[in-house]
Design a binder for this molecule. Sequence first.
Ligand code: CP
Length: 309
Amino acid sequence: MTQHLTDIASLPEGAAEALIRRAIELADGASPRRLRGEVAHLFWEPSTRTRVSFELAALRLGLGSVQVDPSRSSSTKGETLEDTVRTLAAMAPAALVVRHADAGAPDRIVEWTAGTGVVVVNAGDGARAHPTQALLDAATLAHEGIDWPSARIVLLGDLRHSRVARSAFALYRRLGVVDLRMAGPRALMPESDDAAFDGVRRYDDLDAALADASVVGCLRIQRERIRELALPDDATYHAAWGLTAARAERLPADARVLHPGPINRGIEIDPAVADGPRSRVLRQVAMGVHLRTAVFEWLLGAETDTRSA
Ligand code: CP
């Protein structure tokens, strides 16, 4: 059966830990394997980090790589997503890397490509899941030796519309983190029955959430997913819910700050914090290439490893 990566739940037991270990090996200088085949990258939503890092990962593994630009594809002529996907799968790439605004699109693509052997990798679907972001964040922290059971991890900002938060909490729970927290304005907090946030403590006082935190993950307001929500102006939001320089100063000395990017400076995070000593933002970006290399090795390596070639 073809293994896909559509969300954290799609990872078999032990796979997350193995991917994180392999990403760290690659970050420390291990050579990527040599694989055969091609990857098609289909990004129906904009992306810098995820799109380029998946492409670089494919190239480092010796895989062919092709970007499918939806704005120049026949989807602009009325072709359905299903027909586009079936058409591309008929060309027999090894993998489709997919970002789409619709939650669940990667799972539908898995159904449409069943029996073709094409691997589907989710690069972010709606507000539902962004599994490789969660894995690369965890690899960034594991590279620095974080102790998962004693970690105190806070995500702040727009939780409601965040696929990053949903995947992050799913993964942190798997890795054994007990103290998970979230803080944000009421309008941007998830519904109380959203199972993705089970076991995550809610705070309506950001400073209380941040007290003794070991990891603070800042989340951008996902304006592209918000229709009718009255939000305060940027300066008011920053003062109430941003990781300001003063708040960062009060964090424990060894606390690390994450942000998946893109950053909206001066809104969810102060520029001085984003560029400061606690920030791991660019380490996350670098780890993204290694983690996605590890993902391709795992999903495509079994039959195509040509290490001895
Ligand atoms: N973190 C993230 O998904 O960034 P991009 O939208 O630039 O890929």
